[in-house]
Design a protein around this ligand. Structure first.
Ligand code: CDP
Length: 210
């Protein structure tokens, strides 16, 4: 079973994906962290805005960096959406994501293009949205909880800039798949999002069995 969860930054994808994977007993891949690893590697090689450098960084993907403490730094966060717009970066990461999704036992993947490009064949597709303000508030709280001195207005500005880049790019833009179930999480807490998502998945799977 493959569950795809897409949506913009701070909509609650990763928290939800982890909980659904735990509940279903399947593996979870936060695909955003792959783009963050590419950004980190590209910054070490030179200018991440240079498509040739970004692509080189993606082809040399070092998965041991998935645990690197720098991945959530502001510089990496911002560079991740710059490298993610490069078609060669996206194609370099595609096989790894698809292999992960199709492992025996099933998987939950969260990102921006899981339902549209990585796993168009997913059994259930969720697309989480929320107002930019709700998402920035959530992200500010998360960053402060982990010791970052983040300022709401800066987080909001970064989020809007990333959303714009992610939505207008030619390669795998951030859009809900035609068959995605959209959940607006603006006024829902994590438990309510989890309950809504489980209900939507159960409905979808019942549809498939019918
Ligand atoms: O956690 P947050 O939602 O803030 O970001 P993330 O999921 O870690 O993703 C970081 C960046 O990677 C995004 O802004 C996208 O530009 C890019 N990304 C993507 O293009 N495609 C994906 N499937 C996942 C992330």
């Amino acid at each position: 079973m493959i569950i795809a969860i897409d949506g913009p930054a701070g909509a609650g994808k990763s928290t939800l994906a982890r909980r659904i994977a735990g509940k279903l007993g399947v593996a979870h891949l936060d695909t955003g962290s792959l783009y963050r690893v590419v950004a980190l590697n590209a910054l070490e090689l030179g200018d991440p805005a240079d498509p040739a450098i970004a692509e080189r960084a993606a082809r040399a993907l070092d998965l041991s960096l998935l645990e690197d403490g720098r991945l959530r730094d502001e510089e990496i966060t911002s560079a991740s959406s710059v490298v993610a717009a490069v078609p060669g970066v996206r194609s370099a990461l595609l096989d790894f994501q698809r292999d992960f999704a199709h492992r025996a036992g099933g998987a939950v993947l969260d990102g921006r293009d899981i339902g549209t490009v990585v796993c168009p064949d997913a059994d259930a597709k969720l697309f989480l949205t929320a107002t930019p303000e709700a998402r920035a508030q959530r992200r500010t709280r998360e960053l402060q909880a982990t010791g970052g001195g983040s300022i709401y207005l800066r987080v909001l500005a970064d989020m809007k800039a990333r959303d714009a880049r992610d939505s207008v790019r030619q390669a795998a833009p951030l859009v809900p798949a035609d068959d995605a179930i959209v959940i607006d999480t603006s006024s829902l807490d994590a438990d309510a999002v989890f309950a809504a998502a489980l209900a939507a998945i159960a409905d979808k799977l019942a549809d498939i069995k019918r």
